[in-house]
Design a protein around this ligand. Sequence first.
Ligand code: NAI
Length: 669
Amino acid sequence: MSQYQQWIVEEKENITWLTFDRADSSVNSLNESSLLELSEILTKLSLASKALVICSGKKTGFIVGADITQFKGLSEKAALTLIEKGQAVFNQLENLPMVTIALIDGACLGGGLELALACRYRIAVSGLKTRLGLPEVKLGIHPGWGGTVRLGALVGVKQAMSMILTGRTISCEAAQKIGVVDAVVPSRLIEPWVVHYAMVAPPPKRASWQWLWRFKWIRAQVGARLYQRLAKKVSKAHYPAPFQVVDNWVKWGAKRSQAMTKEAHSVAKLVVSTTSKRLVEVFFLQETLKKLGKAASFAPTKIHVIGAGVMGGDIAAWCAVQGLDVTLQDDPLIIGSAIKRAYALAKERLKEKHLVQQALDRLCPDPKGQGIAKAHVIIEAVTEDLAVKKALFAKVASLNSQAVLATNTSSIPLEEISQALAAPSRLVGIHFFNPVAKMPLIEVVKGKKTDEQQVKKAMAFAHCIGRLPLPVKSAPGFLVNRILLPYLLEAVKLLEEGVAGLAIDAVAVGFGMPMGPVALADAVGLDVCLAALKKLDRDDKAMSLLVDLVEKGDLGKKTGKGFYTYRHGHALTAKVKPAPKDTLDRLLLPLLNEAVACLREGIVENAALLDAACIFGFGFPAFRGGPVTHIRQQDKAQWLALYATFAKRYGDRFKPDLGWENKTFDGFG
Ligand code: NAI
């Protein structure tokens, strides 16, 4: 056995086992020194070996990708050198004369999958935690160690583009279906399968020629279609990386070595772009939130959800899909409709029939609340009514003295609900966003009396169900809704002035929002928006349009009519006059102002967490790095001048918050 700093080499019956185990990290990521060591090992490898098996020494997975901490401060030239080194080592691996096998157990992402693609075979260990993908576009770059070239050659351009351009990860079964992995085996059968591949060496998988589109004119046509499809989802100006992948393939798709060179050069350029820098920062923000979820060693397995409406039903379904045992309490008819939605969610997320069945088996209808006594976390998601919630918690607390008691309320102060409890310290807010399955953030709300340990447990629960917990203070609107609502309100005011909704939305989408404020208000429900604005004391007379629509019962998408009219779930569109030039500032200034106010009031601990909340809570453009990062792009004096101009033009709502003057908090220098 030879021990390197990051790799362990062992010989067993003519097979070399190469275990990657970074000493300084809980996960395996590839950095310059691990690549250098790998190259040295490959050079010295005994040619008597029948096979080389690359596996991971970490329980956390195979390889999560390149070590992105290395990206910080890289020049384009240094980035190119690093990428070329990686390509050279993977070429070395690909050209070994013996059988090479990547043994994939757990996450195999980015550079990790590129390494696996350079092996002759890939064997995946079955289980939910084995997932494969090339998520580089989410960091504003694309695969650079041969991934864009090798994946296409292995599974065909169509499948490869679908993985690379979306950055999505796939299960090992899906990977086997499209040919990314050769076999999926249970962990107890790894050795016999490895020996089989080492001894029999079946012909390696390759895409059939008709999926390689070697003629340039075909690539140009397919490329144009891919471009069109991409442009419907993201703007090239905001997220250039996927477009670059298509460009490279159209130009160099038939010439492997040029394609490799082009791949390296374009990644080096993208790595130093502002978009990529921001997206890398956002990645670290996400990691920070994940870490918060690991603060307590609390691993609940039994969840009881009370209320099976829009939120409760979807929360229960999400928990069951994530592997927890859930009891769901409400009227049996309402539970029935929630289970129907749970089935659709399980089918979409888990795909395999038996996994869907297992998830549904974990979701137990419980109209009488028999699950309360044994639950580890009890989530209340009943009608937004203080008296109902108080009565419920008084009863629940008498049946279970240990569980975390959580409310999903979006507007009632925790202090009022917890009056019903003998121990108010037990109550914590676990505020999900709608739609539950799509929104990664959960606000964990600490009331004045909430015990810190309950907050930590609530964050651990969020982590268990694959969500990002954000601790916030109990205050009207908490953090996310409070920042979002002034932006929605300004959109309503623009509508009242006669600006078309489509024109307003186009401005916001142009800035990078996933949807415009008018469409968002319709999606959330105009009644919900109005109630929330009232709670925030923002129901001034300019909201009459909103009030009128709610009174008429035009509540948005759910009733088929709101600001827009809907047919088959889609808003009807028309040609409209563009919005006035100052529309973007009108929408953004109130949002940024509220963000500053929230920091000043300590609703959230720091600016980085606020940025994360806005990105993961309502989709503030990640490539802009969040509201505070966006504020930092310009001098404070410039912002204040802008606020002064708008206050003069449109009134006091554009007066800068006191927080802009505050030099002590970490918002701005
Ligand atoms: P909903 O009206 O769709 O569902 C409420 C459910 O609670 C109904 O099915 C009702 O039958 C049930 N219920 C009422 N009293 C009950 C009791 N004593 N025992 C068992 N079930 C009972 O309401 P929705 O929208 O799901 O909201 C629930 C909670 O989540 C509210 O506190 C709301 O503020 C909060 N919330 C709502 C969001 C949204 O977008 N709708 C977003 C985030 C939080």
